[in-house]
Ligand binder design. Structure first.
Ligand code: FPP
Length: 236
């Protein structure tokens, strides 16, 4: 059994488009409901033992989508930060945006900096929004920095990437792939692929995922339970 205190959960929020199409709605309508689902997840997370929640909101490859859809998504990010930052602050959430910032508008960049600064003292949940994010790019940037400092050990590498090993990665809408999300951090993460489309994701799905996670046996390459001699050595 796993202890659930202080978990880092990453979520690949997939299925907004399909949710909208299945209702004869434009894709942006799915993204609007996607923001609501993200709000529900961040509300439930601290009560379920999640200390860090990383939401994959926009991948570096999502720029390939039609410009209208990309613009709608970025408007939603801006609105989310504008409307939710004070609520996040009151609820003790620390907001952080991970990913590139040089390809987004200066206005959004400013809004992100403002939101991060407003919520910097939050201790209940570290909410990381991955925007214009690519894990492979993040790994390359960390490698460049560390090579300059002549440090190539694992600890320094993890720290350069945000120091946050992932315990559980959830992907909604049925696809079973990681799509360039937290590749280094998820080396020993448990993976869960759920059929639910992201706009339909609610507290009960997150509760069920955490409950399933707590029943998984994580061995990190070792054996569980430890064989007697190793256990004795550790106890001593
Ligand atoms: C995945 O669905 C969603 C996205 C690529 C980006 C948009 C995400 C949101 C609007 C949620 C944002 C959350 C916050 C907190 C601001 P998809 O469009 O890939 O769905 P599909 O695979 O069904 O087409």
């Amino acid at each position: 059994m796993q202890s659930n205190s202080g978990l880092h959960v990453g979520i690949i929020m997939d299925g907004n488009g399909r949710w909208a199409s299945s209702r004869g709605l434009p894709r942006w309508a799915g993204h609007v409901q996607g923001v609501e689902a993200a709000r529900r997840a961040t509300e439930a997370a601290p009560e379920l033992g999640i200390r860090t929640l990383t939401l994959y909101a926009f991948s570096a490859d999502n720029w390939k989508r039609p410009v209208e859809e990309v613009s709608a998504i970025f408007r939603l990010f801006d609105q989310y930060l504008e409307r939710e930052t004070q609520t996040c602050r009151k609820r003790g959430l620390r907001l952080e945006v991970i990913g590139r910032r040089d390809r987004i508008s200066p206005a959004l960049r400013q809004r992100i900096e403002w939101a991060e600064q407003q919520t910097a003292r939050g201790t209940n949940l570290h909410l990381r929004l991955a925007i214009d994010y690519s894990s492979r790019e993040a790994i390359l940037r960390a490698a460049e920095t560390l090579l300059r400092k002549r440090r190539t050990d694992r600890e320094s590498f993890s720290r350069a990437l945000g120091g946050c090993d992932t315990d559980l990665v959830i992907r909604t809408a049925g696809e079973q792939r990681l799509s360039d999300f937290l590749l280094w951090e998820s080396a020993y993460a448990e993976l869960m692929f759920l059929p639910v489309l992201w706009p339909d994701f609610d507290r009960s799905h997150l509760e069920q995922a955490i409950s399933d996670f707590s029943r998984r046996e994580r061995r990190f390459g070792g054996l569980n339970p430890l064989p007697a001699p190793a256990a004795i050595e550790l106890a001593g």
